[in-house]
Design a protein around this ligand. Structure first.
Ligand SMILES: [Zn+2]
Ligand SMILES: [Zn+2]
Length: 261
């Protein structure tokens, strides 16, 4: 499992220099919505899971190769669409790194559950991960700044957060939630398709298109090679429009993660 080291770090600092050694980080999204979330990130040798919000059977099927090649799992928060298989993942011998709030909420026990906290980075294998505070209606939700020592690349993974306090330098891949557009949501509420209560919850728990654009513009995008938009709302989003609008801001390829692939 590699050694673990801890220390206080500011996001974007002391995580090595991007530069590349001829290998690229590969981010893959297998499921991304309120019905389930599952992603992998690989450096060509080590593959990690990000989220495990499908049944263990579905996860094994989606990955094709089962779980034997997975180094560990990062988990943002305890909602079932992200954490459904957490206990089964641990039973399969894979360590999970998540906040103490999520560990408590899910009742995770044993040496496979590692409590991490925002602002305190840890190292496992080729990966250096800095957990970052997320803003969501779950106990102690996290986003992740993930650096790989082999590829010397850096990815931000942030979902189920209605904004992010931090900005980041030298990102190569950005995977960020883009849940809904305020105007589509307003139309749906006016037409009675969405209860006003749900609108309130969405505004305080999920990332809205114009806020995502503002967040991206606040960051240094010079080294970004791809932006992945995650966790689109079924009724309050428009994948084509989100992709087009974000692409015009970042000037880099933008991919919309499918609900299921
Ligand atoms: Zn979710
Ligand atoms: Zn959630």
């Amino acid at each position: 499992m590699g050694r673990t080291s801890k220390g206080n770090q500011k996001p974007g600092r002391s995580l090595g220099c991007p530069g590349g050694m001829g290998y690229d980080m590969e981010f893959k999204s297998y499921a991304s919505s309120s019905k389930g979330n599952l992603h992998t990130l690989s450096d060509g040798r080590e593959t990690i899971l990000i989220e495990c919000g499908l049944s263990i059977k579905e996860i094994k099927k989606a990955l094709g190769f089962g779980l034997s090649g997975i180094s560990f799992c990062l988990l943002t928060h305890g909602h079932a669409d992200h954490s459904k298989a957490a206990k089964d993942i641990m039973k399969a011998g894979i360590d999970i790194y998540t906040s103490q709030g999520t560990i408590d909420a899910l009742g995770l026990h044993g040496h496979r559950a590692h409590a991490i906290q925002a602002g305190v980075q840890f190292t496992s294998g080729n990966w250096i991960v800095l957990p970052v505070e997320a803003q969501h209606d779950a106990p102690e939700p996290l986003a992740f700044l993930i650096y790989n020592r082999r590829t010397r690349e850096r990815m931000l993974f942030a979902t189920d957060t209605f904004y992010l306090k931090n900005i980041f330098a030298g990102l190569n891949i950005i995977a960020v939630e883009c849940n809904y557009a305020a105007d589509i949501l307003a139309e749906n509420v006016a037409a009675g398709r969405i209860p006003a209560e749900l609108k309130k919850r969405l505004m305080r728990s999920h990332f809205e298109l114009s806020n995502v654009k503002k967040f991206l513009q606040a960051n240094d995008l010079g080294r970004v090679k791809a932006v992945h938009l995650l966790h689109l709302s079924e009724g309050n989003s428009n994948a084509e429009r989100f992709k087009r609008e974000v692409q015009s801001i970042v000037g880099k390829p933008v991919y919309v993660a499918a609900e299921r692939s």
